[in-house]
Design a protein around this ligand. Structure first.
Ligand code: PEP
Length: 256
C-alpha cells in the first residue's frame, strides 16, 4: 500500500512568527506518525522559520512551498526559483493550484514549465487539477482534468512521474465547506489513473500518488482516506487549526 501524504496548504496566512507558534502547537498534538508523510506549505516568507522547527524529532514532516517560477534566476521581479526553494530545504512544491489558475492566470503551459524546473532541482511537484462547478454541471470534468494532466505532465517521462504527486481538487469544493463525495472523488481519481496508463504505462497509472483536496476536515478525512483510490489529502483551511490538522494526520496513521 502507498504511504498516505497529508499536505497543509497555508495559502497567504501567517507571518513567520505566527507560523512557528502554529507549528509548535501542531507538533504538540501530532501523534508519532511513522506511516504517513506530512507536508507543511507555509507562505514563502515563513519557510526558513518553519524549516527551523523541523529536525530528527519530525522525520516524516517535510517542507513545501506554494508556488515557484520556472527560470532559475534573472530579471523576474517578485518571483522565487526552484534552487532558492531547495536551498531553504523545501522538498515539495504545489503547482497549478486553482487559486493561481483562476486569479493569476496560471496556464497548463506555465504549470508544465514549473514542473520541469522543480524536477531539475530535485523538488517534488504536487500538481493540482480540478473542474469548476459549471464544468461539472456541463459534464466536462473528465475532459478538463485530462487536459490539465496532459498539458502539465505530458512532456515528462514515466521515470520522472515517480517524483510527482497529483491533487484532485474540484474548484467548487475548495474553501466552500462543500467537499466532494467520496464516490465523486474516487471516480475522478480512477479517470486520472486511466489517462496516465494510456499516456505512459500501467505502472504509472497504478503508482501515481493522488490526493483529494477540497474542504477536507477532521470530520470527513476518514471517509476519503478509506477509499483505495485516495492516497492522501491536500488540506487548506483545516491545516491552520493545529488540532484539526493533527487529527487528520492521526486518522491517516490509523487508516494506513
Ligand atoms: C486548498 O487550498 O488546496 C484547499 C483544499 O482548501 P480547503 O481545504 O480550505 O478547501
Amino acid at each position: 500500500m502507498r504511504r498516505f501524504l497529508i499536505a497543509g496548504n497555508w495559502k497567504m496566512n501567517k507571518t513567520a512568527t505566527e507560523a512557528v507558534m502554529l507549528v509548535r502547537q501542531f507538533f504538540e498534538q501530532l501523534p508519532k506518525t511513522s506511516r504517513v508523510d506530512i507536508i507543511l506549505a507555509p507562505p514563502f516568507t515563513a519557510l526558513p522559520a518553519v524549516a527551523g522547527t523541523l529536525g530528527p524529532q519530525t522525520p516524516h514532516v517535510s517542507l513545501g512551498a506554494q508556488n515557484v517560477f520556472w527560470e532559475d534566476h534573472g530579471a523576474f521581479t517578485g518571483e522565487v526559483s526552484a534552487p532558492m526553494l531547495a536551498d531553504l530545504h523545501c522538498q515539495y512544491v504545489i503547482v497549478g493550484h486553482s487559486e493561481r489558475r483562476q486569479l493569476l492566470g496560471e496556464t497548463d503551459a506555465a504549470v508544465a514549465k514549473k514542473i520541469t524546473a522543480l524536477l531539475r532541482h530535485g523538488l517534488r511537484p504536487i500538481v493540482c487539477v480540478g473542474e469548476t462547478k459549471d464544468e461539472r454541471l456541463r459534464h466536462e470534468t473528465e475532459r478538463v482534468v485530462s487536459r490539465q494532466i496532459l498539458g502539465g505532465l505530458g512532456h515528462l517521462s514515466a521515470d520522472q512521474l515517480d517524483f510527482v504527486t497529483i491533487a484532485y481538487e474540484p474548484v467548487w469544493a475548495i474553501g466552500t465547506g462543500e467537499a466532494a463525495s467520496v464516490d465523486q472523488a474516487a471516480l475522478v481519481h480512477r479517470h486520472i489513473r486511466t489517462v496516465m496508463t494510456s499516456q505512459w504505462k500501467t505502472s504509472v497509472g497504478h503508482n501515481i500518488r493522488i490526493l483529494y483536496g477540497g474542504s477536507v476536515n477532521a470530520k470527513n478525512a476518514g471517509t476519503f482516506l478509506a477509499s483505495p483510490e485516495v492516497n492522501g489529502a491536500l488540506v487548506g483551511g483545516a491545516c491552520l487549526d493545529p488540532a484539526a490538522f493533527a487529527t487528520i494526520a492521526a486518522i491517516a496513521e490509523a487508516t494506513s
